[in-house]
Design a protein around this ligand. Sequence first.
Ligand SMILES: CC(C)(COP(=O)(O)OP(=O)(O)OC[C@H]1O[C@@H](n2cnc3c(N)ncnc32)[C@H](O)[C@@H]1OP(=O)(O)O)[C@@H](O)C(=O)NCCC(=O)NCCS
Length: 322
Amino acid sequence: MIGSKILATGHYVPEDIVTNDDLAKVVDTSDEWIVAHTGIKSRRVSLRGENTSDLATKAAEIALERAGVAADELGFIIVTTFTPDGLAPSTAALVQRNLGAKNAWGFDLSTACAGFVFGLSTADKFIKSGAYQYGLVIAAEVNSKMMDFSDRTSTVFFGDGAGAAIIAPSEEGVIAAEEMHTVGDERVVHSGRIAPLEKLAANNYPKIDAFAQEGRAVYNEVTTKIPDHIVTFLAKEGLTVDDIDYFVLHQANLKMIEKVAETLGQPMTKFVTNVQEYGNASSAGIAMAFDQLNSQVDLTGKKVLLTGFGAGFTYGSLLLTI
Ligand SMILES: CC(C)(COP(=O)(O)OP(=O)(O)OC[C@H]1O[C@@H](n2cnc3c(N)ncnc32)[C@H](O)[C@@H]1OP(=O)(O)O)[C@@H](O)C(=O)NCCC(=O)NCCS
């Protein structure tokens, strides 16, 4: 056993579709502006009471069924999210209960939109330890509950969804290489800060501030750092971008993905995107995009690069040789 492989994937999105025109009814924006600046036409929004653990459970059930793995065969569950049901118990614990995965432990992993990449990397190490037969990684987000719907610079981006992968030991070691970074900086993107109490009072309860970002700073940071990171990482593996069959990037913004593709000199046909329909589903977007690729294309013999990036600034890539 030298590595781990992705046995199967799945994804789930809430039923309700919110178009740009729908958003324009609650915030000062327009379909024209959103499409021109982000490429996003609609997003799925959880409006029927489904929380992050519910989306995660449904994506996991699909992946488990496709893998032919029973919930009680799972050794561990890692949920990547920055929109957990609550701070405790972990969303992973709720998924474990929902699935009836009675032999699995679980925890949440928080690296914002880069979550799926860091979750897979973490799962890879547990699998390589030889102690586990099957692991489950789910990237799940209900971003809508973190939005300030009067802030048009953020609200127009985000959507809700979940993507899951079942991971297992493999001779070949599908996760061939990785590189991860964190550049600690809370100024550019932040969400979910819980302030300490200022005084004891009957109406005190945890107050979570809404998501906020400096859009231009995010754009500049991503479109300069990420192409450089990809080229440097691949060079370490003796590869260039031309060797990659598919790029699956964090689905932040179509325009940003197009800019990265242009900088890398790669055609958009090699980039998997769902941000147009799903919006920016944070860590779930890349997981859902990988599932869409995995479901539609025979990846045997292909090289796939997963690159996540998000608040932190945290970013990293996994090279999959499938
Ligand atoms: C947010 C982003 C689309 C803004 O594009 P931009 O070209 O930098 O636009 P600006 O912020 O300079 O705003 C341009 C104008 O559009 C307006 N505007 C901003 N958001 C708007 C919205 N949702 N609808 C309509 N107008 C909007 C601004 O007020 C500004 O108006 P003004 O020129 O009258 O002052 C762009 O910076 C971006 O894509 N950033 C990356 C953000 C991202 O992907 N975040 C995900 C984090 S994981």
